[in-house]
Design a protein around this ligand. Structure first.
Ligand SMILES: *[C@@H]1O[C@H](CO)[C@@H](O)[C@H](O)[C@H]1NC(C)=O
Ligand SMILES: *[C@@H]1O[C@H](CO)[C@@H](O)[C@H](O)[C@H]1NC(C)=O
Ligand SMILES: *[C@@H]1O[C@H](CO)[C@@H](O)[C@H](O)[C@H]1NC(C)=O
Ligand SMILES: *[C@@H]1O[C@H](CO)[C@@H](O)[C@H](O)[C@H]1NC(C)=O
Ligand SMILES: *[C@@H]1O[C@H](CO)[C@@H](O)[C@H](O)[C@H]1NC(C)=O
Ligand SMILES: *[C@@H]1O[C@H](CO)[C@@H](O)[C@H](O)[C@H]1NC(C)=O
Ligand SMILES: *[C@@H]1O[C@H](CO)[C@@H](O)[C@H](O)[C@H]1NC(C)=O
Ligand SMILES: *[C@@H]1O[C@H](CO)[C@@H](O)[C@H](O)[C@H]1NC(C)=O
Ligand SMILES: *[C@@H]1O[C@H](CO)[C@@H](O)[C@H](O)[C@H]1NC(C)=O
Ligand SMILES: *[C@@H]1O[C@H](CO)[C@@H](O)[C@H](O)[C@H]1NC(C)=O
Ligand SMILES: [Cu+2]
Length: 559
């Protein structure tokens, strides 16, 4: 099958220039050299951490059933690890990547080989650095084609494009993060949003840095959209064109047509676009969605959707994006996303729940004598702000090393309160600890994530490693255990790996804990993760021969 790529940075080791997939499941090998490169996007060049000198990094192409082997060699000054976001890594947390959760970081000058099978998944996922804020520049798409001979459950597109959103800072991102930590305040916002690493012409000195795709009248295109931004949920639209959503987080959806897509950090969305308008140049644009009472970041990144034969002198028009605070659009859009739930791709929602979990999401302020105001912001689940260990949790679990973590994370808050009631300014102190929940192998789990008004309500995209989950319910206000479960969708809820907890609301997810290991769960807003909005699940081994964590690879980085 011939595929045509446009402008997107990629490096396909071993298959360079030859984009035909073998008919059989295969081994796909990649070399990732983490290296610093001087890059210019706005008015100044600056050194950034990259993979193979690319920004964004190379796209990984695999087929369902393939084995993927990626040798990551770290030439940068930071110790680093890479996460393959959304890949399930059955029994193989060693290849998942979050630093100090499943592995210690790959030290400067060292290599680590991520070796995993892509099983039972097809669609768009992505990869990113999983330590500090380094994912600001270290990220790329991960495309999984269906098995040979298996078509998409939607019309075959003429061509595909990856559309990856990011954030760009003028300053060194690690300095920005460090300054925030020292002051105990949110670090500076990014200076630009980007589409495939390019901000587009609405930013100063950015004219040269505009991503464009060329389309032909009458043809249909598949856009594989990834939100790799650190802190912003984003709207996306194409002037004059509607989009049909067909997949999210590598799970097929019931197709629906929309003028705009909403995508949270960590999420992916595949849309079909028909080039059926007057041939011209049209802007594709992305801008922040933020409906909490906080500063709105109104930066708009643009790229160009250009019909073949139209000269570059034609000025494109901007699409109409929903208002930055359009809660109604967000709720309606998310409500439309449902699993395809066909015979071939069923939604196997757990109907019986073995373990009920209820986690509140909150902000707090703890004393910090060295900080500007004597306090620093924290974020917590069930009032526990997670403290990163010095040894990876999975290693400590596998080798039974004591004292690294506790498995007493509470199943529900110690004290119930009016979670989303009037702004809570009392009780803002937050407990801290390396505490995780222990889950029996193959048990079914329901987790309700409840936003609170501790300091402020805000929406939080939660990401679970090692699993997809079903989003069985969501609502505004406080979860009502007596009445809300009756309204759950247990038939065709969407299955995904990252889901927004709405501002001042709740989301209920279900999954079957059939993947043993230690799996990170965190808000995918890097700001909040850094403040401790994270924990992990220790899923115990099963009794069967193929139900335990695999032995670690020999080159697992030392701590
Ligand atoms: C990066 O490029 C800028 C502008 O060309 C230059 O001033 C700066 O010295 C370069 N930095 C490095 C580390 O090469
Ligand atoms: C990984 O790449 C590094 C640098 O090229 C090389 O030295 C090392 O041997 C490779 N490791 C494996 C397992 O191929
Ligand atoms: C990288 O890790 C090693 C071993 O833990 C440590 O000695 C070193 O300071 C770390 N480097 C950085 C830049 O944090
Ligand atoms: C991947 O699949 C191959 C072939 O079935 C198997 O030998 C190997 O152990 C698998 N690797 C992992 C990490 O599960
Ligand atoms: C953050 O922004 C402030 C105000 O513009 C600036 O003074 C400071 O240098 C910035 N911090 C970093 C790390 O760039
Ligand atoms: C959204 O923001 C606009 C101005 O930016 C404001 O007029 C409007 O009241 C806001 N809507 C809501 C629902 O907060
Ligand atoms: C310190 O607190 C005061 C009062 O809450 C606030 O106005 C000020 O902005 C804070 N300082 C900083 C640097 O945020
Ligand atoms: C929670 O707070 C909201 C807003 O103040 C209020 O409307 C609601 O009645 C409260 N709920 C309970 C159960 O107290
Ligand atoms: C959170 O824990 C801290 C420290 O134990 C306590 O002071 C605070 O009241 C708790 N807050 C809530 C909302 O439970
Ligand atoms: C988990 O439990 C389900 C339902 O009892 C069963 O069908 C499935 O085979 C079990 N999976 C494993 C890996 O044991
Ligand atoms: Cu992640």
């Amino acid at each position: 099958m011939a595929r045509v790529f446009s402008g997107v940075a990629f490096l396909f080791f071993g298959f360079l220039g030859l984009f035909s997939f073998p008919a059989e499941a295969a081994i796909k090998k990649y070399q990732f050299d983490i290296q610093v490169k001087n890059v210019s996007r706005l008015c100044h060049a600056k050194p950034i951490v990259t993979v193979n000198g690319r920004y964004p990094g190379p796209t990984i192409y695999a087929r369902e059933g393939d084995r993927v082997i990626i040798n990551v060699t770290n030439h940068a000054q930071y110790n680093m690890s890479i996460h393959w976001h959304g890949l399930k890594q059955y029994r193989n947390g060693w290849a998942d990547g979050p630093a100090y959760v499943t592995q210690c970081p790959i030290q400067t000058g060292s290599s680590y080989t991520y070796d995993f099978n892509v099983t039972g998944q097809r669609g768009t996922l992505w990869w990113h650095a999983h330590i500090l804020w380094l994912r600001a520049t270290v990220y790329g798409a991960f495309v999984i084609m269906p098995e040979p001979g298996t078509p998409f459950p939607f019309p075959k597109p003429h061509q595909e494009f990856e559309i990856v959103f990011g954030e760009w800072w003028h300053a060194d991102v690690e300095e920005v993060e460090k300054q925030g930590a020292i002051m105990g305040l949110p670090p500076n916002m990014s200076d630009a949003h980007t589409i495939n690493g390019k901000p587009g012409p609405l930013f100063p000195c950015s004219e040269k840095h505009t991503f464009a795709i060329e389309v032909e009248l009458g043809k249909t295109y598949l856009l594989r959209i990834v939100n790799a931004a650190l802190n912003d949920e984003l709207f996306f639209a194409i002037a004059g064109h509607s989009m049909t959503v067909v997949e999210v987080d590598a799970v097929y959806t019931k197709p629906f047509t929309t003028q705009a897509v909403l995508i949270a950090p960590g999420q992916t969305t595949n849309v079909l676009v028909q080039a059926n308008q007057v041939p011209s140049r049209y802007f594709m644009a992305t801008r922040t969605f933020m409906d909490a009472p906080l500063a709105i970041d109104s930066k708009t990144a643009t790229a160009i959707f250009q019909y073949k034969g139209v000269p570059n002198t034609v000025l494109p028009a901007l699409p109409q994006l929903p208002a930055s605070n359009d809660t109604a659009f967000a709720l309606s859009y998310n409500g439309k996303i449902k699993s395809l739930n066909s015979a071939q791709y069923p939604a196997n929602v757990p109907l019986k729940v073995d373990r009920n979990l209820f986690y509140t999401v909150g902000f707090g302020k703890n004393p910090c004598p060295t900080c500007v105001n004597g306090t620093k912001f924290l974020a917590s689940l069930n009032n526990i702000s997670f403290v990163m260990p010095q040894i990876a949790l999975l290693q400590a679990h596998y080798f039974n090393t004591k004292g690294v973590f506790r498995t007493d994370f509470p199943d529900k808050p110690l004290t119930a309160f009016n979670y989303t009631g009037a702004p809570l300014t009392a009780n803002l102190g937050t407990a801290t600890g390396t505490r995780i929940g222990k889950i029996a192998f193959n048990s079914t789990v329901e987790l309700v994530l409840q936003d609170t008004n501790l300091l402020t309500v805000e929406s939080h995209p939660f990401h679970l490693h090692g699993y997809n989950f079903f989003v069985v319910g969501t609502g505004i206000g406080n979860f009502d255990p007596a009445n809300d479960p009756a309204k759950y969708n247990l038939v065709d809820p969407i299955e995904r790996n990252t889901i927004g907890v709405p501002t001042g609301g709740w989301t209920a997810i279900r999954f079957r804990a059939d993947n043993p290991g230690v799996w990170f769960m965190h808000c995918h807003l890097e700001l909040h993760t850094g403040w401790g909005l994270k924990t992990a699940f220790l899923v115990e081994d099963g009794a069967g021969p193929d139900q335990s964590v695999l032995p670690p690879p020999k080159d697992l980085p030392p701590c």
